[in-house]
Write a protein that binds this ligand. Structure first.
Ligand SMILES: [Zn+2]
Length: 277
């Protein structure tokens, strides 16, 4: 039998230990850019406003990659943004509220045959150009790897049914610290920067060059991570032989399968949910 007083004391000790740990985390961690305070990037951020609301749909796996994930940083810089975490958004009230078409114009940033390509088409040809001004445009951006994003779309019928927009990218990612599955793959912050750039160029948005702050902060992150990868005292040291080419993203070619979900994809079962085995 455990002595009652011993038990109470032990419980108190554990609570105390927990409080100290919380206190330490708070002291060491910046909750705005979700990075350790000593490498906090907030000092470089210049938050700005947009007409469009950017919603980052964050895959839980992405949320764990606090050190190199760029979604949280993007949200910290964009005043009119939000992060919704999840994989299947079918029953998400947080998500579904934006499907109210009397108020919002919900759009998905994702390639597809019907996707309106902001870089290659004239904005006057876009069927939603008027609605963009009349309603509150909401652009959902998938924050996760391509396979993760594919899964999110497969599971969420409401996401699949949204009108799509996309852009063309000729520049490889500068995210040298992460492996990209394809040359066209950009980090979340780079994608949002390019998207905003296209919207700005087309005249749908007007924030001058303020959106370039996204790239500025991103470059600071890359600079820092490169420094760590070359510092033998850091846990992320990659060794001399595995040193990174500073000018090129590490690309692993996966040409044998499409890295995005095509629009004509239909689920095996109508709900879009995975069948239980
Ligand atoms: Zn910070």
């Amino acid at each position: 039998m455990v002595n009652k007083n011993d038990y109470i004391q032990k419980k108190k000790d554990l609570e105390q230990k927990f409080l100290v740990e919380c206190e330490n985390t708070h002291r060491k961690w910046c909750f705005t850019c979700r990075r350790p305070k000593k490498n906090c990037l907030c000092q470089h951020m210049e938050p700005f406003d947009t007409h469009v609301k950017i919603i980052l749909l964050m895959h839980p796996k992405e949320a764990k990659k606090q050190r190199v994930g760029t979604g949280r940083m993007t949200a910290a810089i964009l005043k009119n943004s939000e992060v919704i975490m999840g994989v299947d958004f079918t029953d998400s009230n947080e998500f579904n509220q934006y499907l109210d078409k009397s108020k919002y114009l919900p759009l998905l940033l994702y390639p597809g045959d019907s996707a309106f390509n902001l870089s290659e088409s004239k904005i006057t040809d876009w069927k939603y150009k008027e609605e963009y001004r009349k309603r509150i445009p909401v652009i959902f951006v998938l924050d996760g790897t391509w396979p993760c994003a594919k899964k999110m779309i497969k599971l969420s019928k409401n996401l699949r049914e949204l009108p799509r927009i996309c852009f063309s990218n000729s520049k490889p990612s500068e995210f040298v610290i992460k492996h990209q599955p394809h040359e066209d793959c950009l980090s979340t912050i780079e994608s949002v920067h390019l998207l905003l750039n296209e919207l700005n160029e087309s005249g749908l948005e007007s924030f001058d060059k303020k959106h370039d702050n996204l790239i500025y902060v991103f470059k600071k992150l890359v600079e820092f991570q490169l420094k760590c990868s070359q510092d033998p005292d850091m846990p992320s040291y990659r060794g001399k032989k595995r040193g990174l080419d500073q000018n090129k993203a590490k690309v692993r070619y996966k040409t044998h399968r499409s890295f995005f979900l095509k629009e004509d994809w239909v689920p095996d079962n109508p709900t879009g949910h995975k069948k239980k085995k």
